[in-house]
Design a protein around this ligand. Sequence first.
Ligand code: OXD
Ligand code: MN
Length: 584
Amino acid sequence: MLNVAPAGTHSALISWVDDVAALTQPDRIVWCQGTDEERHALTDQLVQSGEFKPLNPATYPHSYWYKSDPKDVARTEHLTFVCTNAQADAGPNNVWMEPAAAKSKMSALFAGCMRGRTLYVVPYCMGPLNSPLSRYGVEITDSAYVVLNMRIMTRMGLDALRKINDSGQFVRGLHSTGDLNPDRRFIMHFPEERLIMSFGSGYGGNALLGKKCHALRIASFQGREEGWLAEHMLLLGLTSPTGQTHYVAAAFPSACGKTNLAMLLPPESMPGWKVTTIGDDIAWLQPGPDGRLWAINPEAGYFGVAPGTTEKTNRNAFKMVQGNTIFTNVALTENQEPWWEGLPGKPALDWQGNPIGEKGPYAHPNARFTVDAKHNPSYGIEAEDPNGVPLSAIIFGGRRASLAPLVYEARDWNHGVLVGASVASETTAAITGQVGVLRRDPMAMKPFCGYHFGDYWQHWINIGQQLTNPPKIFHVNWFRQSPQGQFLWPGFGDNLRVLEWMIKRIERQIDAHDTPIGAMPKAGDLNRHGLQLDEAVLTELLRVDRDAWQAEMVALEEDLKPYSDRLPSVLRQEIDALKNRLRH
Ligand code: OXD
Ligand code: MN
């Protein structure tokens, strides 16, 4: 088959495409340019084949419904491998395979897998095109759905290709949906070679290789070599009524409301505050010459969880998906509109396109929307700034029914690294497996760190040493419950009250209550204007139960045992110091 690359394409890229084509035997090779014509043509092709259903053009213009294979609806962590040369470098936090064995396994799967199909070459840039913090990649895929999603999620096309041609540096990502058989599904990473091979899945995190595979697993590894951090964090801009803007990054395990926080709408009782969204899932962080930590969002779109997204919970997200959106695994109304749990009424068809039965859920709990970030009403134009934004705060959090209070502040950077390493959350539907189980998820990176966690924490500590003006580190828990199982904190827009307290701390306007786990709001410092919240509930939200925390330390040390051979001594000292404070 003919491989006609655009003029000027780097020879290393052309020969990689030649090699892949020889192995996979596609009928055609298409170099994606990122134009509107190309998008229209691919969309029409998917409509013709029946894979895309156009949604109601009056209410959801330029939007499409897509269903994935019922056994291919989430990331599959047990099939996701990090193939470093030395097993120890992948760490106990990753599933490892010896690189040569992994490659021969994958070559056997890829052999001839694109017969009768088109091979798309998708050049992309993670981050603003002209940013020194950005990095490039090329995904080869046989899925037009993947191409259209990558066009939304990254800066894809000829501009990215030109950058690749100039630098010759790019992450190689090879993807085929194969036959979607879960027994023949593998997502392999070779961080030392900047290579990804993904077979047998068409689902987001497994197939849109720019996202979790490149921007987190490969990038975290590369960031360690080059002196930066790739993190599972949202980025937001927070402007106070006085007009001062602070930038905040926040890491939460999957499905803890990152997208909601990134698009927070201030409550009516807090006029003058404004939140802008820089990113909702991934941030790349690098120390700047000014001693501050600077951040970019490497992505250009959102691949967000649809169920639960409503005018009430996230008006910005709800508005932004009213057009130009790809919906995956949502239900459909009789008016050809997308539907998911949380929206009024009932759909006609479930997420597999069958007439609904008696019992839901009708949308898949991990149903998604893919949409250009610029359609978000709270989109922050700083997302295009090649310098990124300077961070005032980093927030860690998890979904915990008990223990973790609403908010606390780490004593300093190194204590903050421990706070991040201790993140734990009750699981939800974004990953396959059990729902509601507490799982330790350091920095919310458990599924995404491309190397040994011990080395990763040491890298965090090293980065901190370069920062003369580091962001403050906080921990939040929006999900604390009463013994009867009711949420104690209203969450959503009211989370701004907690952010406001952080800003006051950052600006040194207020002092705080010193507790063994960190600094906490003094009664009266958390803005409750316009909020119905009993004093007793607030006390419970801010309660530090020493016995429970001591038990937590036992659990934490148990969870850290597998990393003990590479656990940084600084982290060890932070653990001992915290245990000591809890005893006194
Ligand atoms: C995601 C995830 O899809 O973290 O963003 O699972
Ligand atoms: Mn995520």
